[in-house]
Design a protein around this ligand. Structure first.
Ligand code: SF4
Ligand code: SF4
Length: 395
């Protein structure tokens, strides 16, 4: 019935699987459970299904696959588990097995095809990857693509192709110019980092992207890669060393870390912004990459800012619903998770919520717009780079 257990990835996680005491602590923090109230899609429920597969009493079926992929991969369950079960790692292994067994959502084939043919997650060709530069008055793309530079800014697919988030790369290159940084873009030579494939269980396809992207950075003789996307950051920083056949021998920083570095070096001057703001921890930057303090330091270094924390913050931060490819598999569920996040932000009574992720900015922005009539005041949604640029420009 079940394929050879020794060949499944979840069999290698057997000890982890059987460590679960069934206490149920993970249920209360799971954004999926909070919306669905269905045990079979909870972290504990998913583990029970995978245990059954490992014991050979159940097979990898499409129905089981639907349950496993109903997950934002936010990792809240792992943080909350008193038994130390590394749930996200188990779910990643399960997705690898489901791909091996050809039991994965059909829509992921489309994603795989788009990335293989166009080298990005959209239906657009890669030639338009840096079209957002045209929106910066006086900027020329040819000035931002050099043969070599100290720093490469890797914009990532969503910021490069989703007009709603063009403000993020636009702000970043303006800040880099202002700070007189020797930087380059890759333009249409930048390929998807592979994160959407990795989180879908399609590791083999992601390896080709890793080799290509690492080679491109080396061609530029860069000492550092910076990125504004937490998922690209996580992939470059924590996965490429394993995936790539070439050594990753340059520094990798998220833009929040890089902004803090150049602020400390005195390369940017900040003007006051008189407003109350909070910060939303993106899952791939916070829980999944352990970057919590740098974004907070950057925000609080802006004079005049009143900073408040959300009720759930840092490792306990609530997910915005934008991860794990859930949006393409169940858009309504992803939207309901985002609405819950928007309600938490509204309760903080702030003028703006700052994030450090284009996906969070998109999902939270949409959810706050839907809640417009219920809100006491309009809440702005800005990326950390937009906040810093506004302060540098004094507006
Ligand atoms: S990773 Fe997040 S969404 Fe997935 S089961 Fe765990 S808590 Fe739920
Ligand atoms: S919190 Fe950990 S031990 Fe408790 S049910 Fe969830 S996975 Fe099992």
């Amino acid at each position: 019935m079940v394929k050879d257990k020794q060949k499944t990835k979840i069999s290698l996680k057997k000890d982890e699987l059987f460590n679960c005491s069934r206490c149920g602590n993970c249920l209360a923090v799971c954004p999926i459970y909070k919306q669905e109230l269905d045990e079979s899609v909870t972290p504990r429920g998913k583990l029970s299904l995978l245990e059954a597969v490992d014991k050979g009493v159940m097979d990898f079926t499409n129905r089981l696959s639907d349950k496993i992929y109903t997950c934002t991969m936010c990792n809240s369950c792992t943080v909350e588990c008193p038994s130390g079960v590394a749930l996200k790692e188990i779910f990643e292994a399960a997705r690898l097995d489901l791909v091996d067994s050809h039991r994965y959502p059909e829509i992921l084939d489309m994603l795989k095809k788009r990335i293989a043919e166009g080298h990005n997650v959209t239906f657009d060709t890669n030639e338009g990857r840096a079209d957002w530069v045209k929106q910066i008055p006086g900027a020329k793309l040819e000035d931002m693509i050099k043969d070599s530079a100290e720093v490469v800014y890797f914009a990532g697919c969503v910021s490069s192709f989703s007009p709603r988030t063009f403000s993020i790369p636009r702000s970043i290159v303006q800040l880099l110019d202002q700070a007189d940084i020797d930087f380059t873009l890759l333009g249409d030579q930048e390929w998807c980092c592979g994160f959407p494939l990795l989180s879908s269980g399609m590791e083999e396809e992601a390896k080709k992207l890793a080799d290509y992207n690492v080679a491109k950075i080396k061609e530029k003789k860069a000492k550092m890669l910076i990125t504004s996307c937490p998922s690209c950051y996580h992939t470059w920083k924590h996965t490429y060393a394993r995936l790539s056949t070439e050594a990753v021998d340059f520094e990798i920083l998220h833009i929040s870390q890089y902004l803090l570095k150049i602020l400390k070096e005195g390369k940017l001057s900040l003007n006051p912004l008189h407003m109350t703001v909070t910060y939303h921890d993106p899952c791939d930057l916070g829980r999944n990459s352990d970057v919590y303090e740098e974004p907070r330091e950057v925000i609080q270094s802006v004079p005049g800012i009143q900073y408040v924390e959300l009720e759930k913050n840092r490792a306990q931060a609530n997910c915005c619903g934008g991860g794990g490819n859930l949006e393409s598999l169940d858009a309504d569920l992803a939207a309901s998770i985002a609405l819950a996040k928007a309600a938490e932000i509204a309760d903080a009574n702030v003028d703006a919520v700052i994030s450090a992720c284009q996906q969070c900015e998109r999902t939270i922005g949409t959810a706050l717009k839907k809640k417009k009539k219920e809100l006491k005041k309009k809440i702005k949604v800005w990326d950390i780079s937009e906040l810093v640029l506004k302060s540098v420009q004094g507006k």
